[in-house]
Design a protein around this ligand. Structure first.
Ligand SMILES: [Fe+2]
Length: 174
């Protein structure tokens, strides 16, 4: 869940645990325990918490008909569709497996997995900076905020609550 109040977040790692090395990560594309609930019918698996720029990368899974609240990006986004059909209410295209999207900073949009998607959607997103959830689709005001730090916080919380190994998340921090 994105945040609505602000605090000082960091990566929670001691300086000697911080790394600039390359890493690889295994993402479970099926229905294992590592999907972190994000919204109604939407889950994410983190790939990278970018505590250098403040962004993050995830694989998002969404059931047909599920939606994410309208949000505004302060940085660019790149996305790649692996499974399912999805769209933004603000655009007239439908993304399908193989669809790549580049999103400029400054765009507000509302992601929905189309109700007729033949399968749950799996989409990789690389988000370069924070995003702001809006309280309505048109001329919306601030509702909540998300970035690489808040994403790390809620993933850590979920991992702790469910007994998953948080070191798997620490390994994704750069
Ligand atoms: Fe977005």
């Amino acid at each position: 869940m994105p945040i609505t109040t602000f605090n000082s977040f960091n990566d929670g790692l001691a300086p000697n645990q911080r790394s600039r090395e390359h890493f690889i990560a295994s993402i479970d594309l099926e229905d294992g325990p590592h999907w972190v609930p994000y919204a109604d019918g939407v889950w994410i698996q983190p790939c990278h918490f970018n505590v250098t720029s403040g962004g993050f990368s995830v694989v998002l899974k969404g059931f047909p008909g599920a939606a994410l609240g309208t949000h505004y990006h302060i940085g660019t986004v790149r996305g790649f569709t692996m499974r399912g059909h999805w769209r933004y209410l603000e655009h007239d295209w439908v993304a399908k497996p193989g669809t790549f999207i580049y999103e400029p900073a400054g765009e507000a949009h509302t992601l929905i997995i189309t109700a007729d998607s033949p399968e749950p959607a799996l989409i990789f997103f690389a988000v370069e900076g924070g995003l702001i959830y809006l309280d309505k689709q048109v001329d919306g005001g601030f509702a909540a905020y998300e970035d690489g730090f808040t994403a790390l916080e809620f993933c850590l919380k979920y991992y702790r609550e469910t007994g998953l190994d948080v070191r798997k998340l620490d390994a994704l921090v750069r």
